[in-house]
Design a protein around this ligand. Structure first.
Ligand code: PEP
Ligand code: MN
Length: 360
């Protein structure tokens, strides 16, 4: 795939004609499990085989990874399949061991990116390595924290850098395990157009049947690659069982994804159009979500008015809102006519909601 990045990166050196694919189990469990999955992924689009050996678990008492022993299994994967291998590092000791065992690429997990202390420790241990290092977004939706982590790694002389978007945790239950907040990934690309950006649909969705859709959105938003957790027996995996796909499903996903090759004018036009449309879809979903929230607040006002026996329509307050929104709209290049029409519709919906509450 011709890269849209301006600078040449470690990713271009792979000379792929498709997005980068990193796949393998959430955790290395046994030597047999690691090798069996690796052999099933050998002749596919997968460039890097992944397996976590030090596992950051939310609660203690769960499987916490096989530890340094797993590095030997990854070396065996390399020897037997020719695939490159990668694992997560979460402190200086992990980095030292991974580099000693010639692991080809290291990634830093979401729970590490949140801590500037641990990022600095990892950065110091990585000093000057030419292995690619990928930094996952922090668990909380804080772009500066993500960029700060990347800066720490870059400042210690690591030139081959990439980022992984794995979604963000929320208190509210959603259909995602970690909500994508795509606008943050779009903002990331605007700020750092030359850093390869990989999507991790496994940790975003938490469910294997949602993985394909998230992959497609990521590619439409110009992501450079995918990291997909893969296991021959996902249901019996020792960690993240619900989200892993089989090697055969991974192959099918890659076959079904619309992957654009930007090698002629028509393709370039289509690709730019799809990218912008994907951005619009993300924003439209946010608009609907926000209007929904506004109506919930309105329902609560309805309940208060009912208690106090106050009328639904309060013209003074409404005229104030309209005036403020017309000015706000001007700042965003929106015409007065549009603002008035849009807010009248919003207001009408709000009144309908409140009346339902009051009569209910
Ligand atoms: C993982 O990749 O298995 C992992 C632990 O991911 P994250 O850091 O995104 O939770
Ligand atoms: Mn996992």
């Amino acid at each position: 795939m011709e890269n849209t990045k301006k600078m040449r990166t470690w990713l271009d050196d792979l000379n792929l004609d498709h997005p980068l694919v990193i796949a393998g189990p959430c955790s290395a469990e046994t030597e047999e499990q690691v090798l069996k999955i690796a052999h099933e992924l050998k002749d596919t689009d997968v460039s890097y085989f992944r397996a976590g050996i030090w596992k950051p678990r939310t609660r203690p008492g769960n499987f916490e990874g096989v530890g340094a022993l797993g590095l030997k299994w990854l070396q065996k994967v390399k020897e037997e399949t020719g695939m490159k291998v990668c694992t997560e590092v979460a402190n200086a000791a992990h980095v030292k061991l991974a580099l000693e065992h010639d692991i080809d690429l290291l990634w830093i997990g979401a729970r590490s990116t949140v801590s500037p202390f641990i990022m600095q420790e990892i950065a110091d241990a990585l000093q000057g390595t030419d292995k690619p290092v990928l930094i996952k977004n922090p668990v909380n939706p804080d772009l500066s924290l993500w960029l700060g982590g990347i800066e720490r790694i870059y400042s210690s002389g690591v030139k081959n850098i990439g980022a992984i978007h794995r979604g963000f945790s929320t208190y509210e239950k959603t259909k995602y395990r970690n909500i994508p907040e795509w606008q943050l990934a779009i903002e990331f690309q605007n700020r750092f157009p030359d850093i390869p950006l990989i999507n991790d649909p496994s940790h975003i969705t938490g469910k294997r049947d949602m993985v394909f859709d998230v992959c497609q959105t990521a590619l439409d938003l110009n992501f450079d690659g995918l990291m997909i957790e893969t296991h021959y027996d996902p249901d019996n995996a020792w960690s993240d069982a619900a989200q892993q796909v089989t090697p055969a499903s991974l192959v099918q996903i890659m076959k079904d994804l619309k992957i654009r090759k930007e090698n002629n004018e028509e393709e370039e036009y289509n690709s730019a159009l799809d990218n912008l449309r994907a951005q619009i879809d993300v924003i439209d979903n946010q608009v609907i979500g926000l209007i929904g929230k506004r109506m919930k607040a309105s329902d609560s006002i309805g309940a208060l008015k009912k208690q106090k026996n106050v009328s639904v329509l309060q013209s003074k307050r409404w005229n104030e809102i309209l005036g403020r929104m017309v000015l706000e709209g001007q700042e965003h290049g929106l015409s007065e006519e549009f603002i008035l029409r849009m807010f009248k519709a919003v207001h009408q919906e709000s009144i309908n909601h409140q009346e339902k509450v009051i009569k209910g």
